[in-house]
Design a protein around this ligand. Structure first.
Ligand code: SAH
Length: 507
């Protein structure tokens, strides 16, 4: 049996810039050999059982040599496995992908190349620099700056490159930037020619500056820019000021921590990333179903008897329908004459996904809001089902009972603490903002912290909460709450974060 190796370009950093073909290969791979930089953000897309081999240098470990990488690809290929060799940018642009393909060809292993978006064009694009521009540049040349421009042995002829019209894009040039600029001036380019430098292009850490050939080395040193960066030489670089778009995003350059359960983090993370934030996902809880109990069984068996069914979270909806599905039942088990209440729009939307339209969504998306929304109703003797999380606050059920309702409260799931990844926790403590979407996430987060961590939090990230209940829990745990959503939803939380950032900038 023969395996198959895909040499896949990961793109320059933004995970959205992986190609569809690359994604398919990655999802199906049994072995993924990846570099350390530029590919890490794609590893969560791999199959959970895929074997991941880090070919790059990492703390306490030497990088694999090119021969070792070639040998590993050949070996796994010959053992019949589906392999992805994941490389930053494009595999054939200064990526040594050609050598890997040669090794595979020589060993008779089948392979294919999936090109990637190279940083040579993507980093400039994300900085607002088009590498060609009508009337300004009709060509671009991509060159490595790795070689020493002062040594005669070098292969790069900078004097010749200086004479080539059009844009010059230099990769791996930061170590020798001063020498390269001098060589280009000596070769005939104007000392005033614009130069753009884009570090960490396409990522939330992106930084760019625009200088000239004569000033760029000093400016880069002044502003502390370093590798990895793309250097763009030519008049197109001065377009960054008008075309630049990434830095206009309101959360650009800010690190925001998402503490939600992994399965639920993406909606919030995606919104934050679209606003430019560097998102640290630190899932501090996980949603787990609770064991079946006679109370749950009885409630589900008697579902047809309830006249009011209250769902206080998306997780509650999922848990309810999962239990019904286990019994071979579905939404039709809910009595048509029952009033279905969803605590907020996300819960209503999830109900709709299961085929149930919520009759009532309160104006305030908290338990008290549900009671308010039922104010006009006679609840005396009305059979009510409240499906919710273990350890929920008693206010809702107490309030319904006080009005004479016959309430069955069933706890279908619980939020259990997740052990934290130490790197993610360290990143979280150094972040600009911490977000909390529920009291359970506050408690689990605080439980992860040692005394020194707690101390550090005082001057640390600004805390943003989804609503007053979560804020109260945060304060009870000793946190200062800097911003609180006025609408108790994920979009509301994001708005609160944005206004916190805005008000501080205005100050
Ligand atoms: N195959 C890669 C290039 C590998 S060489 C590609 O096609 O992009 C490594 C060099 O690429 C770095 O020194 C830097 O010059 C550049 N580079 C890679 N990713 C980058 C990024 N996100 N931002 C700026 N430069 C980057």
């Amino acid at each position: 049996m023969s395996g198959f190796v895909h040499l896949v370009g990961a793109g320059p950093g933004d995970p959205g810039l992986l190609t569809v073909a690359g994604l398919r290969a990655l999802e199906r791979a049994e072995v993924v050999v990846h570099d350390r930089l530029g590919t890490e953000q794609l590893l969560p897309l791999c199959h959970p059982r895929a074997e991941l081999l880090n070919a790059g240098k990492s703390p306490g470990r030497q990088a694999m040599t090119q021969d070792e990488i070639n040998a590993a690809l050949v070996e796994h290929g010959l053992r019949g496995r589906r392999v992805v060799r994941l490389k930053g940018g494009d595999p054939f642009v200064f990526g040594r992908g050609g050598e890997e393909a040669e090794a595979l060809a020589a060993a008779g292993v089948e392979y294919a190349v999936v090109p990637g978006i190279t940083s040579a064009i993507a980093a400039p694009a994300y900085a607002g620099i088009p590498v060609t521009h009508r009337g300004v540049a009709t060509s671009f040349t991509v060159v490595t700056g790795h070689e020493d421009p002062t040594k005669p042995s070098e292969q790069t002829d900078w004097a010749a490159l200086a004479r080539v019209p059009g844009t010059l894009v230099v990769l791996m040039g930061m170590g020798r930037l001063g020498g390269i600029a001098e060589a280009l001036i000596a070769g005939g380019r104007s000392p005033d020619e614009p130069v753009g430098v884009v570090q960490w292009g396409t990522t939330p850490r992106q930084r760019r500056l625009v200088a000239t050939l004569s000033t760029v080395a000093a400016r880069v040193a002044e502003e502390g820019l370093g590798s990895p960066a793309v250097v763009v030489v030519g008049p197109v670089a001065s377009l960054a000021g008008t075309i630049g778009w990434l830095e206009r995003r309101p959360l650009m350059g800010r690190t925001v921590v998402v503490t939600r359960a992994r399965a639920q983090a993406s909606e919030l993370s995606d919104r934050l990333r679209a606003l430019g934030a560097d998102v640290v996902e630190l899932p501090v809880i996980r949603i787990a179903p609770v064991d079946s109990s006679p109370a749950i069984d009885a409630a589900l068996d008697a579902l047809g008897d309830y006249r009011l069914v209250v769902l206080t979270s998306v997780n509650g909806v999922d848990a309810l329908f999962a239990r019904l599905a286990e019994r071979g039942r579905d939404a039709r088990s809910l009595p048509p004459e029952a009033t279905v209440v969803a605590i907020g729009p996300a819960t209503a939307e999830r109900l709709a996904a299961h085929g149930v339209r919520a009759d009532l969504v309160p104006e305030r998306f908290v338990a008290e809001g549900i009671l308010e929304s039922l104010a006009g109703r006679d609840l005396q003797g009305v059979p009510v089902l409240v499906a919710r999380a273990r350890g929920s606050r008693p206010e809702l059920v107490d309030g319904l009972r006080a009005r004479g309702a016959a309430v069955d409260e069933v706890e279908l799931y619980e939020a259990v603490s997740e052990p934290a990844d130490p790197d993610a926790l360290a990143a979280a403590l150094a972040a600009d903002h911490l977000t909390f979407t529920a009291s359970s996430t506050v408690r689990s987060f605080m439980a992860l912290l040692g005394p020194a961590d707690r101390q550090a939090l005082g001057a640390g990230p600004r805390v943003v909460s989804i609503g007053p209940i979560t804020s109260d829990t945060a304060r009870a745990e000793g946190l200062e709450v800097h911003a609180e959503a006025t609408e108790f939803t994920i979009p509301g939380l994001v708005d609160a974060l944005l206004s916190d950032v805005g008000s501080r900038e205005g100050a």
